[in-house]
Design a protein around this ligand. Structure first.
Ligand SMILES: [Zn+2]
Length: 650
């Protein structure tokens, strides 16, 4: 494939101090016989791939970089510093600092066979230490594709070369929050941007999410749209510790690999480029250890992305639950990663218009693994067709930013059917209520969830379903009320704007489902992570669904409540930011820190202006104590601290 570099890409390459002329760079990038490269040229390609990737104008897909070029480098020069430096340096001039812990990269697997071999190595290690393999569990989490960083509670660091990174604490100073209402100091994670938010609000201003991450960690002020995304917590620092996933026995992991992969892949609304599988047992992990580059108890499974140039046959609009018109491109059927692709969605009509996606356009299609194929870029544009009316109810459509909307919220069957489908799709414990079935039921006149739950087999036969199907659907409806369902999932199923699974869970950590529906805007703003805009929108949304919510709730679902968060105020050490230094006598320092946190304090690693208390153990230099006192920090010896704790009223 012939590669042409744009001026922006060339400038990114130059800025990163990679010296190469355009002609040579293009020639190298177009060369597919990687084995023919000299080590020097191979390194050059990797450096310019990094430079353009960092600048948000990548010259190649991530997977191509990983599977072809990095693999080739591993063959040619296993000790290359490139393999050790996992995350290329961001474009900033600041000095590097030592990371509080070494950040290793993750070994990668691209096939089931490689995963199978990794599990076999775990089993072998388990046998060597007499660890019972019937207890050998694997945890699987999404592999976030954001900007890697490490948060020690005090500072935020880039991953750098794994040993030294840069201090990017300023990202938190800009208001960046920890995902899921988490605290600072949870270690390694990624700065990520919610995919749906990016597509809805940012994609028309930013080519990709890399540019946004770069702006968050950069020294200059961030763009106001990015600032808003930070405030709406669409941009967060996501510590790996807080990721949900699948955990189970290794045999189940191997046997059900495809399904687990698909499930975990769909868990978060962030860009991900694979999954991470790891052993959970600490003894086993300690025994199997790490190489210089990565932990042996952990592996990333990545799926190769394939691309193809495809001709668009036509673009048709589809009205979603919210009335937004999604442009769906019909494509000349093309084989991609083992499947024949004939359709792909385009971002929004703004892109259709701007990039000229229509009949006869030539586009580049990308499919990575099980993910729905995406139109990555337009190679040859045409004059596109922009619809005037909703394909479902023929209402005149209106532009809102980059999107076309059907304004008919009360009587558009596409919006209504998609709302019903959203419910069943979100509660996840029911089969059978797909588009065809919903359409049939809706056209018959059954238009709400609670009416669907009231259907019996006779009625379904009358609607036009076969006897067997009808009985099955009734059984499914009954089962979906008996199978346990988390309250946040249940709430998210109602499709209230800005109240997805994440926000639902956040609210339910403070209020019960019943109370929540009547929560005022100010009560919501009091909670961490709800700005006025989203609180107002959620409040309005809840009001609008109130009566339907009550009816469905009264059907008697088996709802499992979210664990309520403890109120921190009133705890012994609430409001304190404590730093422990020196060696402690009462207990190990990590234990003392954990106890302080349990009692409501925040714990820092080094004294700053925000520190309220420095607890000193043995062998602490006078200078350190004096410096702390000068900053106005109270200093207590370990024994004084413990005495004070004992004497504090409970
Ligand atoms: Zn409509």
């Amino acid at each position: 494939m012939k590669v042409t570099l744009t001026a922006v890409q060339m400038s990114a390459i130059k800025k990163a101090d990679v010296v190469v002329d355009k002609k040579k760079a293009q020639k190298l990038l177009s060369e597919e016989r990687l084995w023919a490269f000299s080590l020097e040229d191979l390194t050059l390609i990797l450096r310019l791939a990094n430079a353009t990737y960092r600048a948000g104008v990548p010259v190649m897909a991530d997977s191509k970089y990983d599977t072809l070029y990095i693999k080739e480098l591993e063959v040619q020069d296993p000790d290359s510093k490139f393999l050790a430096s996992v995350e290329p340096e961001p474009i900033t001039e600041s000095k590097t600092v030592l990371l509080p812990v070494k950040m290793l990269s993750t070994d990668k697997a691209y096939s089931y066979e490689e995963i199978d071999r990794w599990v076999k190595r775990l089993i072998k290690a388990a046998n060597e230490i007499d660890f019972d393999v019937s207890d050998l569990k694997i945890r699987v989490t999404p592999k976030l594709d954001g900007y890697a960083a490490y948060d020690d509670g005090e500072k935020l660091y880039t991953r750098g070369d794994g040993t030294k990174g840069q201090d990017i604490t300023r990202a938190f100073d800009k208001g960046l929050k920890v995902a899921k209402g988490g605290k600072r100091g949870f270690g390694a994670g990624e700065i990520v941007i919610r995919k749906s938010y990016f597509e809805e609000k940012l994609s028309s201003y930013f080519e990709n999410s890399r540019n946004i991450q770069a702006s968050i960690i950069a020294e200059k002020k961030v763009d106001e749209r990015v600032q808003e995304a930070i405030e709406n917590e669409a941009c967060v620092f996501y510590p790996f510790k807080l990721l949900e996933g699948w955990t189970g026995h290794y045999e189940a992991f191997l046997k059900d690999f495809e399904n687990i992969l698909a499930d975990v892949w769909g868990l978060v609304d962030y860009e991900i480029d694979g999954i991470i599988a790891e052993a959970t047992n600490q003894d086993l992990k300690d025994y199997i250890g790490s190489t210089r580059k990565h932990h042996r108890w952990q592996v990333a499974y990545k799926v190769n992305a394939e691309t193809a140039e495809v001709t668009v046959l036509k673009v048709t609009p589809q009205t979603s639950r919210t009335g937004r018109l999604t442009p769906v491109a019909q494509l000349e059927p093309t084989k991609l990663s083992g499947a024949t692709i004939s359709r792909a969605t385009v971002h929004h009509y703004g892109m259709v218009k701007k990039k000229g996606v229509g009949r006869g356009a030539l586009v580049e299609l990308v499919r990575s693994g099980l993910v729905i194929p995406k139109i990555e870029r337009v190679i040859e544009r045409v004059e596109p067709d922009i619809p005037n009316e909703c394909p479902s109810c023929q209402s005149h459509v209106v532009w809102d930013g980059d999107n076309l909307f059907c304004p008919n919220t009360t009587d558009c069957s596409a919006q209504a059917e998609n709302t019903l489908m959203h419910f069943f799709k979100t509660i996840r414990n029911i089969d059978g209520f797909g588009p065809k079935v919903i359409e049939k039921i809706y056209r018959y006149g059954v238009k709400s969830i609670h009416d669907i739950y009231a259907l019996d087999a006779d009625k379904l036969i009358e609607i036009g379903f076969g006897e067997k199907t009808s009985e099955n659907l009734v059984a499914q409806l009954r089962a979906s009320r008996t199978i346990e369902i988390e309250d946040w999932r249940f709430l998210a199923a109602f499709g209230v704007p800005r109240l997805g699974e994440g926000n639902s869970e956040k609210l339910l950590e403070h209020h019960s489902l019943k109370d929540l529906i009547n929560l005022s805007i100010s009560e919501m703003i009091e909670l961490d992570g709800f700005a006025e805009v989203s609180a107002t929108s959620i409040h309005e949304g809840l009001k609008a669904i109130n009566s339907e919510f009550q009816k469905i709730y009264d059907l008697g679902f088996n709802i499992k409540g979210t664990t309520r968060l403890k109120d921190q105020s009133g705890l012994l050490l609430d409001g304190e930011l404590i730093v422990f230094t020196g060696s402690m006598e009462y207990g190990k320092r990590p234990d003392m820190e954990a106890e302080a946190k349990f009692l409501g304090a925040k714990v820092g690693k080094s004294v700053t202006g925000k520190t309220t208390l420095l607890v000193t153990g043995k062998n602490v230099g006078e200078a350190k104590i004096k410096a702390a006192a000068e900053k106005g920090v109270r200093v207590l010896s370990e024994s004084d601290y413990l005495d004070e704790l004992k004497s504090k009223p409970k």
